[in-house]
Design a protein around this ligand. Sequence first.
Ligand code: PLP
Length: 420
Amino acid sequence: MTALQQTDPEIYKLLACERERQENRLELIASENFTSPAVMEAQGSIFTNKYAEGYPGKRYYGGCVHADVVEELARTRGRALFGCDHINVQPHSGTQANMAVYFTAMKPGDAYLGMNLAHGGHLSMGHPKNFSGIIYHVIPYAVRADDHRIDYDQVRDLARKHKPRMIIAGASAYPRIIRYDLFAEIAAEVGAILMADIAHVAGLVAAGQHPSPFPHADFVTTTTHKTLRGPRGGLVMCKQQYAAALDSCIFPGMQGGPLMHVIAAKAVALGEAMTQQFKEYQARVVQNAKALASGLLEEGFRLISGGTDNHLVLIDLTDKGINGAQAQEYLESAGITVNKNSIPFDPLPPGKASGIRIGTPAVTTRNMGVEEMRLIAGMISKVLTQYANEDVVTRTRNEVLELCRQFPLYPQNGNGILHG
Ligand SMILES: *Cc1c(COP(=O)(O)O)cnc(C)c1O
């Protein structure tokens, strides 16, 4: 019996259920992944007990001797992996990482350019109920209607017209390469700070599967839990000239004590990301996304931008007679987890949305390959065209189970940390 089983059987049971859910369903949410047992071991560790306000060598509490080494390791690995001058590993999440840059680079009321939320931008790029839309003046830029690529001409025009303090390059639902070099040209022309938010593509960037925002961007933010496959959290990187201001903005500016257990897990994940295996994994993520895209095209689906360069595919459902919310629900009943997603120029509100977003990071971590992507494209097609047919849904659910059994998620079973 584990300690948790004994102390709190209710939560223990939910952990077991969640593990079972992750094990037996196809996880196609583009922002999710499965961390290694080593990352989970560090995240579920003794460091959760430690207060370490401040930075290595400059803490407000005693007893930080080991915390200092852990955080320094995380920083050294992060700098080496991404090739940046400075990194702060303390942000609790991707949104906190963005907040840190906004606070460092802008004053309340300042203007910035960010990607239109309906065209792939993230909540923290100007949603009216998010701090990024409340405190600052966001000027959204869009993708082109014909090819769904970022409209760099529009970005340039908006930059010239509004002279924003900052320009943000980054998205949550954009299946193509982001041209940081072009963004940098535009930012330089109008004297704006350039921030790249690589939350989604960080793993691809680290592995050379997507162009790096360095040396173009002044600030780079990311989550650690998406393609980077680490614990849930954020990172901020910047040029040396902003290092001191950024650090002070994060602590004491907007956070108290850092989550040292998460920082330990970030160090582990950054170490994993420096391996040859990780490089090969990211190459397979991209290969799989391309295979999934071509499978879906063959099944007659319309894809935003016609395909993908990265880890995700956006399906346009407008010609299928169902919306994104319905598609998400039908797929869920067949054991396939995706999320509804707005598409560029979406006629529906975000709660319904006309598309679904599908990503390959998680299934690729399970070692599924191109052949499985073909199967999955077929399953998605069957469910979305024959959702009213219970037999089809049940048969697909069984095919999903069989596929999951062939590609076990956490083969090293019976580990108390994983509650197997
Ligand atoms: C996921 C994401 C974030 C925020 O991450 P959280 O950890 O959920 O706060 C920020 N920016 C982009 C582009 C993202 O995709």
